[in-house]
Design a protein around this ligand. Structure first.
Ligand code: 6GU
Length: 307
């Protein structure tokens, strides 16, 4: 029996967060099944509640995306639901224990019907989509490869993503090595800084990936011209009124000359990228002659300004 927490001032019992499944039962019209399943394992499942809002929440409601959030402590059996212990070899901080992670990941593998040979309940795979492909296990870590739009695009094609949100100093390496046999293992960082745990990083990656799944975003054209989609930052945008507090919208946008507007926007993207992210420009190999002319012009304009 677990201990009953003392009641606080008001006598409303604290509601347990609905941990899993977050996905409602599919309606007959959604019989085709979701385009992607995402599972997240965390000791703070409440963190992931934000994913039920906005476009991702809508995609889950429509059955395009299946989202399961799992509490790591549900896979512990001691009275304190221990998930961590001190590191072998000494050192600061705590290490996440292997067994709860293995049980949580086995639970997810079993749930989907993608099996560990000889370990499945009845040896039958129930989901054709997963036969022959291992689910992808993303382990957020500042020691991982840096996540970017290319990786988001690549991952948007997968059937099943699992995010293992570590806390403390990290997870016992042996369960990571074990998981590499059953999953496509991807340690991922979201940038060169340190977070307290993988939850926020997972939400960042889930948002970037799931908005690329066909049908999740209302207007697929809005994906095409975005920053990073083709390696350039976005052009500046404006809406009514044409004069706001004395500031005018660039005249060309009111001209109706679509070719000229397209060139102006392209130039603004090149100019912004050259100024803010010159590292991105260096990676581009499909700049045309007009692009190169524009870049040279910005370059000489800037050097005359700074001289
Ligand atoms: Cl993915 N996790 C943690 N804990 N810190 C990070 C990170 C991830 N990416 C950058 N810093």
């Amino acid at each position: 029996m677990s201990e009953v927490p003392p009641m606080t001032g008001d006598d409303t019992p604290t509601e347990a967060v609905p941990l899993e499944p977050v996905t409602p039962a599919p309606t007959p019209t959604e019989a085709a099944g979701p385009q992607m399943s995402i599972d997240v394992v965390s000791i703070f499942p409440e963190y992931l509640a934000g994913l039920q809002l906005s476009l991702i929440g809508k995609a889950v409601e429509r059955g395009q995306l299946s989202l399961g959030v799992h509490d790591l402590r549900d896979f512990t059996f001691d009275r304190h639901n221990t998930v961590d212990d001190s590191p072998y070899g000494g050192g600061a901080g705590m290490v996440m224990k292997a067994e709860p992670w293995a049980l949580a990941l086995e639970h997810i593998l079993g749930e989907l019907g993608s099996t560990i040979e000889g370990e499945s309940p009845n040896g039958v795979r129930t989901d054709d989509a997963v036969v022959g492909s291992k689910p992808t296990l993303i382990v957020p870590s500042p020691a991982g490869k840096v996540f970017d739009q290319r990786i988001a695009e690549d991952l948007a094609d997968r059937d099943h993503l699992v995010f293992a949100c570590g806390r403390y100093e990290g997870i016992d390496q042996r369960v990571i090595d074990w998981a590499a046999e059953h999953f496509e293992l991807l340690p991922m960082s979201i940038g060169d800084y340190v977070l307290n745990g993988g939850e926020v990083a997972s939400m960042v990656m889930i948002e970037a990936i799931s908005r690329l799944i066909p049908g999740v975003i209302g207007n697929p054209e809005s994906l095409a011209e975005e920053s990073h989609e083709d390696g350039l930052l976005e052009y500046p945008i404006y809406t009514k009124p044409a004069n706001w507090r004395g500031r005018e919208v660039p005249e060309i946008l009111l001209s109706g000359n679509h070719a000229a507007i397209a060139r102006w926007r392209r130039d603004r993207r090149l100019e912004r990228t050259a100024e803010v992210r010159p590292d991105l420009l260096e990676r581009l190999d499909d700049l045309n002659k007009d692009d190169l002319v524009a870049l040279e012009r910005f370059e000489s304009e800037r050097s005359t300004v700074t001289e």
